[in-house]
Design a binder for this molecule. Structure first.
Ligand code: C5P
Length: 311
């Protein structure tokens, strides 16, 4: 029997490495990215709806400090688009009630919208009894957003192309992160646009995955990993939000091994030496007066999956 209601979770991410090439003719940039899923997650609960109801978002809730004002509740929300894309691919009626719970900062460079999308695909696959494979969900997800395939996969992975060509990377142990958020999000296309502006007249190398980063991940060595962290979107994000430099400085002054813009920002990701240091760092940053909210998380976290009923 098919369930009446299912809940799926999906992780946020930080790009330990984000190397960006020159703009392609399709409007996207070629990437070499090391994606790392973290324990901040989104949950989507999907409930059966009467035939003909369509896809409805009945509720959006969030952890303290998450600003929901920029999250659309209509058909433009990625979860509604994900539901329609899945229903179309399997030729079933798109009727469902969706409730979203967010713990990933909105428009923060941590792929919260992509995680919503991945959780929706996994939840509706179960609710509608579709038996779609991971590969099928990933192909559908890639059309909805560049980071959706990784939110489905989780762990730590090298991403090429737009970021959708993924291969899992070996890692040892856990890495401990502190994320400092800003009050206002940054638009991903605007940050890529600034990248293009800054890249004009410069040599832009073809992006490749850093061997230093993959070696540090295998060794489980946060100090070594900190030395390899790099994000080509940091310069454009800082150009658009110069105040973020002070956030990076505050974290580095408080013992972070590295501090970097997460994805397209404006969230700043700090790598801590261990769990205890991440607590110290989070406390120091909270009291620094230069950040909006601070979240601790560990990685690598698993990809999108169903929660057992009752959890
Ligand atoms: O795929 P996604 O919806 O996340 O992309 C949002 C925007 O970010 C794209 O429309 C594009 O402007 C930019 N982008 C890019 N190159 C990528 C990924 C995203 O230029 N590899």
């Amino acid at each position: 029997m098919r369930p009446e209601q299912v809940t799926a979770r999906a992780p946020g991410k930080v790009n330990i490495q984000l190397s960006v090439g020159r703009l392609r003719s399709d409007g996207f940039h070629p990437l070499a990215s090391v994606f790392h899923a973290v324990s901040l997650e989104e949950r989507v609960t999907a409930r059966r709806a009467e035939p003909g109801t369509g896809v409805v978002i009945s509720d959006i809730t969030a952890a303290t400090g998450i600003d929901l004002s920029g999250v659309p509740r209509d058909d433009t929300n990625l979860v509604v688009r994900a539901a329609h894309a899945l229903a179309d691919a399997f030729d079933v009626a798109a009727d469902a009630d969706l409730a979203i719970h967010k713990t990933i900062p909105v428009a923060g460079g941590m792929a919260g919208g992509s995680a919503d999308c991945a959780a929706t695909l996994v939840a509706l696959n179960a609710l509608w009894g579709l038996r779609a494979t991971s590969a099928q969900l990933s192909t559908i997800g890639a059309q909805l957003g560049s980071d959706v395939p990784f939110a489905l996969l989780g762990g730590t992975a090298a991403g090429l192309g737009r970021g959708e060509q993924l291969s899992t990377l070996l890692t040892r142990g856990r890495f401990h992160w502190v994320f400092a958020t800003s009050t206002h999000g940054l638009s991903t296309p605007a940050v890529y646009g600034k990248f293009d502006q800054l890249a004009a007249g410069r040599r832009v190398p073809t992006p490749v995955i850093s061997p230093e980063v993959t070696a540090a991940l295998i060794a489980g060595d946060p100090r070594r990993l900190a030395k390899g962290m790099r994000n080509d979107l940091q310069e454009p994000a800082l150009a658009l939000r110069p105040g973020l430099r002070r956030v990076i400085e505050a974290g580095m002054d408080s013992g972070a091994l590295a501090g970097m813009v997460s994805g397209s920002g404006p969230t700043i990701a700090f790598l801590a030496a261990d769990d205890d240091r991440s607590v110290d760092l989070a406390v120091a940053l909270s009291g620094s007066g230069v950040v909006n909210a601070v979240y601790r998380a560990w990685g690598p976290a698993p990809g999108a999956k169903l929660l057992e009923p009752g959890k």
